[in-house]
Structure formats: C-alpha cells, structure tokens
Ligand binder design. Structure first.
Ligand SMILES: [Zn+2]
Length: 323
C-alpha cells in the first residue's frame, strides 16, 4: 500500500508517494499560494498528479500550524491562509480518499521515531532548528500535544530574562539564541568586535548586516572563519543549555536535532552535548539523553504525514471507517 505525504509549508507545498518502509518513491512541489482556496487547490492538484502515476490509499498533511486534536482542522497557521478550516474533510471530499492532518514538527518526529534517529525510543523529543525552533514530544510513539493542542512550544522557553526580543512578544526565548536566525544575529553582534576586513563575514556584510544569514555563518564557520566559529560555539552553548531544561522536564531517551541548521551539526553538536551534560540537573549521577542528528532531513514531514495516512488507511481496511 502506498500513501501520499504532503509538507504544507510557508514557502512550498511538497508532496511525496511513500511506501511502508518510509521510502519516498516520487515527489512533486509547488509554491505555497496565498489564499485559502488556492492552497486547498494546490494540495488537491499535487495528489491528483501523484495518484495519476501511483495507486495511493490515503493522504497525510504535515502543516506548519496548530491542528485540532481530532486532526481534521487547522486552527491557525502563521504563514498559511487557513484560520479554523476543516481542511481534512474538504480535501477528502474532493479526492475521495481518507485525509489526516498533523503539525509538521509532530509529523517529522513520527518519521524519525518510525524510520530514523528516534526509532523505538520510549520518550523522544524533536528539536528542529530552522528560522525558529520547532518542538515535538513522543511518548511510546504517540504525539503529546497538551490539553489544548499547542504543546510543546520549546522555542519559546525563556532562557535569558530581558534577552533578545522575540516575535512572540516575550524576550529571551530559546529560539532567539539557537536557530538559523539566532546564528545570524549572534554573528552580526560579533561583527563589532572584529575589523571588517579580518573575517569572511565582515567582508561579505560590508556594512549591511542583512547579508549575514544563518546559512552563510555556517558556511564561513566550516571554512574556518573565527567570527563565524564563535557564533557557532555560542549556538552550541545555548543548545546545551536548552536541552538541559528539556531533559529536566521530560527526561527523554533520545533528542533528535533536526531542521536546516542540523546540516551543520558537526560544527556544534559535540559542544552542545558537553554543555548539556555539564549543566543538566544531577549531572554525573543520571543517565543522559542520547542527542542525535535527524536522519530523514527535508523529507521528514512528508514521510511522517504519509505514515499517519497509512495508519488511517489500515483502519479503513479493518473497520470500514477511519478512527
Ligand atoms: Zn518567543
């Protein structure tokens, strides 16, 4: 049985046909439209295209936003047009296939649990380092979403009282110090300490800090740029600091570090592990969580959503109706 997983992000709608072992067999993508109806159309068209080439049984959508506990509706998504829209029922009615929704971080965590870095972990946490921090908690492979479906908002744990301002309205949130955005912000702060011509980043920025992106900082750190390496060391420290909080609350068996920044894990993960191990409560007298890099990369949302779609399709086969 094959299912379709779709990663519905703020920039693009990426869809894939996925098999029982989590392998992505075929893909298609389109830019994310701005209107709610156009977005629904884009999803329907993506599935129709893939279903023209493969026999697919169900569809899963990984959405960058809040999804209701019954996984049928999107409450709110900051970068998508949907506000309180019963997306699953609408798409299902048009395609004649079962459709299930999940928050994208939860879908990625499920993919890592079933096929990747968190395989079989009793308590697993996903920390996705991208523009901000996406977080997910799985207990025995089940998503923990809190009483109102918004847990865990790991990126907005406050690590620094009166720290850097965050778009959420608070200050000092973890993601302001530990994300692609944070990496760039730290590098820009450090520019003041280095003569502009003495570093790769200084020359590139040449008075325009907007030229400094997380990706560029990571690239410069890889090339040995001292300023970029300091920014990376700073990120590693904040990652370790935040992971110690996460461990105090959840005591996970595995923490999976995903998101675009995780592609640079060799530059920061060992430092982060060391810092985590030194500041976690009871350091030296407790088992430590294994901190691992995500294995499924960009496809995690697609693979996780497709796996959930498979569960729903299997339910239909067994019971004649979805859960
Ligand atoms: Zn915040």
């Amino acid at each position: 049985m094959l299912t379709v997983g779709i990663d519905v992000g703020g920039t693009s709608v990426r869809a894939g046909v996925v098999d029982a072992r989590g392998a992505v067999l075929d893909t298609t993508r389109a830019p994310t439209p701005t209107g709610a109806q156009a977005l629904e159309d884009a999803i329907v068209h993506a599935v129709e295209e893939l279903a023209g080439r493969h026999d697919v049984a169900a569809v899963g959508l990984a959405v960058a936003g809040f999804v209701t506990a019954d996984r049928r509706s999107v409450r709110f998504a900051p970068h998508l047009a949907w506000r309180g829209v019963p997306v699953a029922d609408r798409v299902s009615a048009r395609l004649g296939l079962p459709v299930v929704l999940e928050h994208d971080a939860n879908a990625a965590a499920l993919a890592e649990y079933r096929f990747g870095a968190a395989r079989g972990a009793h308590v697993a946490v996903l920390v996705a380092l991208g523009t901000g921090i996406g977080g997910a908690l799985l207990v025995d492979g089940r998503v923990f979403r809190g009483a109102h479906g918004v847990a865990p908002e790991l990126g907005h744990l406050r690590l620094v009282p009166d720290g850097r301002p965050c778009p959420c309205g608070k200050r000092g949130c973890w993601e302001r110090y530990c994300s692609g955005t944070a990496l760039a912000a730290t590098a820009v702060e450090l520019l003041a300490e280095y003569p502009a011509a003495s570093t790769v980043l200084g020359r590139e920025a040449a008075g325009d800090p907007r030229a400094v992106t997380g990706r560029r900082v990571a690239g410069a750190a890889r090339d040995g740029d001292p300023l970029a390496q300091r920014a990376m060391t700073d990120l590693a420290r904040w990652l370790g600091e935040g992971l110690a909080l996460v461990a105090d609350v959840y005591d996970p068996e595995v923490v999976v570090i995903g998101g675009g920044v995780s592609e640079s894990a060799p530059l920061f993960l060992d430092d982060a592990r060391q810092h985590y191990a030194s500041v976690v409560t009871g350091a030296g007298h407790r088992p430590l969580a294994r901190i691992r890099t995500a294995q499924l990369g960009d496809d995690a949302g697609i693979v996780g959503a497709a796996a959930l779609a498979r569960d729903v399709a299997m339910d239909v086969v067994r019971n004649g109706r979805p859960r």
